[in-house]
Design a protein around this ligand. Sequence first.
Ligand SMILES: Cc1cc2nc3c(=O)[nH]c(=O)nc-3n(C[C@H](O)[C@H](O)[C@H](O)COP(=O)(O)OP(=O)(O)OC[C@H]3O[C@@H](n4cnc5c(N)ncnc54)[C@H](O)[C@@H]3O)c2cc1C
Length: 509
Amino acid sequence: MTSTDQPSPKPVTDIVLIGAGIMSATLGVLLKALDSTLSIAVYERLDAVAAESSDAWNNAGTGHSAFCELNYTPERPDGSIDISKADKIAEQFEVSKQFWASLVQEGPLPDPTSFIHTIPHMSFVWGAANVEYLRKRHAALLHSPLFQGLEFSEDPAQIAAWIPLVMEGRDPATPVAATRMAIGTDVNFGSLTRCLFKHLKAQPGVEFHLGHQVEDFQRKSDGIWRLKIEDLATGDRRIARAKFVFIGAGGGTLPLLEKTDIPEASGFGGFPVSGQWLKCRNPAVIARHEAKVYGKPAVGSPPMSMPHLDTRQINGQKELLFGPYAGFSTKFLKKGSYSDLFRSIELGNIRPLLYAGARNLGLTRYLIGQVLQSPEDRTAALREYYPSANPDDWQLEVAGQRVQVIKKDKKQGGVLEFGTEMVTSADGSIAALLGASPGASTAVAIMLDLVQKCFAERAATPEWQARLRQMVPSFGQRLADNPALTAEVRERSHQALRLDGGQQTKERQ
Ligand SMILES: Cc1cc2nc3c(=O)[nH]c(=O)nc-3n(C[C@H](O)[C@H](O)[C@H](O)COP(=O)(O)OP(=O)(O)OC[C@H]3O[C@@H](n4cnc5c(N)ncnc54)[C@H](O)[C@@H]3O)c2cc1C
């Protein structure tokens, strides 16, 4: 072989994104907006994008802003309400809306109504203690500019005007209360993900590989990641080389992270929680409800199992869901394998797993109770929110799969977390997202953090800073202490996204 016949070295891609869900889509679009010369390759094991947790039917589509989710406003031992987490979640969602609004204005997301709609976010409780909690929560949240406009009522007639299905047939002797935020949103994250990938795919330097499963990693002294990838249609295996890798494989992230052998991955485990909904199939009932109504979670239940009676807008159609009912499956992905949980157990995480298990017996009891539920039990749960529900109007559907993070903890051995955890290597060449809550709503804030950690030098340049502020005008600033900025960015986002402070809701009624 002469020197001219030497095989050329395999190309090195700047960025590999594993998984075609909302997280990879957000990161890909963000990075390409910051540097259009970056080369990106996406590998997805399924034959479609957004077919796992990000699909509209697999998640609840709540634009999580802490307007209605009671787990973000815990009561302190002295009876006061802690709103710090609510402020953070609300701020993160404002960041997402600003980013999507910019993409609408710049062209990549031409039609915001294909993925986001206004729908009132409501909390509903009954019993004197819960009514008192909701009253205090409302008063506490009004101190924050992010919650201006939150309404509270204990008047059954007012609540019935807002949510007739929830009040019809209810015992009038039981005290009830509700809060209502007119500017809540329903987001079709599946549709959003598909729009983002459609835009990304059309960019120069972007490759897309559906039906390709990433199986293993190797890193040599040149610092380049080698990914072993199987083409699931042909069984062919190939090696892809990348400078930076994002593992956005949803429930499939943990097993992949373990294979990277980075020290930061040690001690993480995962606990799968599956979900089911009741989906309403009676158009007359669907037409009579116009809100996302969240209640208090049952004792021992994980926070993401808060029951909700949920108006959705999916593919141009109004829908109504109730749930989720939790369940247990050893799969990490809805389309995964029953051996996922067992294969994720390693020497480094067995201790945290056992400790977390021993410390969360309430959760174990709750999950067993949920798994053993009969159709009558499910109807009884539905009737707590819709007393005159007819079970014949509802059918059971399987929701997406979540993998809760279990972390090594010095004091307790292992703790079960209900949030998300970004794991990055010390040199910033690989990052992985574990956990699923609050989830897709906070994708933009999570990816902005990733960019600042893994691309720190470039993120600090005036060019990237200016572009970041152009896409997210509040970038680098807090909204919770800045009423003027909150009002300004909300107004801008809502105009671009055609969210109108409740006008859409009135028109649909
Ligand atoms: C029941 C339920 C309700 C929820 N409700 C809400 C809500 O109301 N609001 C909200 O904001 N969030 C909600 N979430 C969370 C939200 O859905 C997730 O946080 C989000 O969709 C995760 O996106 P992702 O891109 O990380 O993962 P996914 O959308 O799951 O995408 C991961 C992709 O990686 C692929 N993959 C896995 N392994 C490999 C591999 N080895 N090689 C190649 N590809 C691979 C998978 O096939 C999948 O397509 C909910 C989740 C569930 C389950």
